[in-house]
Design a protein around this ligand. Structure first.
Ligand SMILES: Nc1ncnc2c1ncn2[C@@H]1O[C@H](COP(=O)(O)OP(=O)(O)O)[C@@H](O)[C@H]1O
Ligand SMILES: [Mg+2]
Length: 320
């Protein structure tokens, strides 16, 4: 579906001189290497998480893939097309959905904006109605379609943006920070929606997000970019196994215990009755659970993975 080879993007921005004439005759340019020989391939029906710190080059990559920007060098093929040529056949099959920018018109209902998209993409009436119904059902926002966009909450507006971006049922979707700024509940809804969209329309998806939780819940494959270079491309599982060496055992005690008993099990713990948390190395998990079983009166026990944020942080500190 997507082939990117040695993609490089350099932004040239003009920096102003003090002197007007100097400005005209000796223009100074500042160059930013946003992407530095980036290569990857993405196959049909994949859902890839594309992550990296601010300014790493994620949005630039997605803009190039969707034909908004042209590359400085390298080759890019999307569904065998060159995106920057903006062939209608390609544009009809892809979509670029940004969490931060909105295409909906503020003063009118989302539904009316959708009808504009219907004309642009030449979507047949019947298919249009069917898709609006399906997508708004999935997002649980059908009752809001006829309300002016300005009266909607941020989460509701994002749902409408998603529908607008997906009305033409693209088989390839680039989601750029689709959950940014949303509350946890809306984030969850949008995650579920992306998953459902993918399976329902057999779509291929690249998703960037600040919230690693998004990526963890949705993507099996992860591409990590930093300073315009790809520093990891592989399964999320592999990175978790390699960089997450700790787990947390959380238990609820039935009665209070002496701290000595806890130290004996594992020196690293947090205790505030009735809760105890042990931070342990993965390899010590069975041993520690046995010890807990033998020596502590508890009513509940859960084992928690390290937060994905921590894992990625470690990855970065070891792969600079
Ligand atoms: N239009 C632009 N002009 C000049 N520099 C830009 C422009 N857009 C992005 N950049 C720079 O390119 C780099 C990559 O930006 P971007 O792709 O937006 O990163 P990300 O989406 O990962 O946060 C950053 O250093 C950013 O400042
Ligand atoms: Mg960005």
């Amino acid at each position: 579906m997507i082939t990117v080879k040695n993609l490089t993007k350099i932004y040239r921005t003009h920096t102003k001189n003090q002197n007007f004439f100097a400005d005209i005759f000796f223009r100074k340019y500042k160059e930013t290497i946003a992407l530095d020989r980036v290569s990857f391939e993405i196959g049909q029906n994949e859902l890839v998480g594309f992550i990296g710190p601010n300014g790493a080059g994620k949005t630039t990559t997605l803009k190039i893939l969707s034909g908004i920007l042209y590359p400085t060098s390298g080759t890019v093929r999307v569904l065998s097309y060159i995106p920057f040529e903006k062939k209608k056949e390609l544009l009809r099959q892809i979509s670029f959905v940004m969490g931060q920018r909105n295409q909906l018109i503020w003063d009118i209902p989302a539904y009316d904006s959708f009808t504009l998209n219907k004309e642009i993409y030449e979507i047949p009436e019947e298919q249009f109605e069917k898709t609006v119904n399906e997508l708004s059902e999935l997002l649980n926002c059908r009752h809001l379609l006829k309300n002016p966009v300005k009266t909607l909450s941020l989460g509701e507006r994002m749902k409408m943006e998603l529908i607008a971006g997906l009305l033409h049922r693209p088989r390839l979707v680039f989601f750029d920070e689709p959950t940014i700024g949303l509350d946890l509940f809306s984030q969850e809804t949008i995650r579920d929606f992306i998953r459902e969209y993918q399976s329902k329309f057999a779509a291929t998806i690249i998703l960037t997000s600040h919230y690693l939780e998004d990526v963890k819940r949705l993507a099996k494959r992860l591409i990590i970019i930093n300073h315009g270079k790809i520093i990891y491309d592989g399964s999320l599982e592999k990175i978790t196994t390699k960089y997450s060496r700790e787990k947390t055992i959380r238990i609820t005690l039935e009665k209070s215990v002496d701290k000595k008993n806890l130290t004996a099990i594992n020196p690293a713990f947090f205790y505030k009755f009735p809760e105890v948390k042990f931070k342990i190395e993965k390899k010590n998990l069975p041993k520690t659970i046995n010890l807990i079983n033998e020596s502590l009166p508890f009513s509940d026990l859960t084992i928690e993975e390290e937060p994905i944020e921590e894992i990625i942080k470690k990855f970065f500190s070891e792969n600079k």
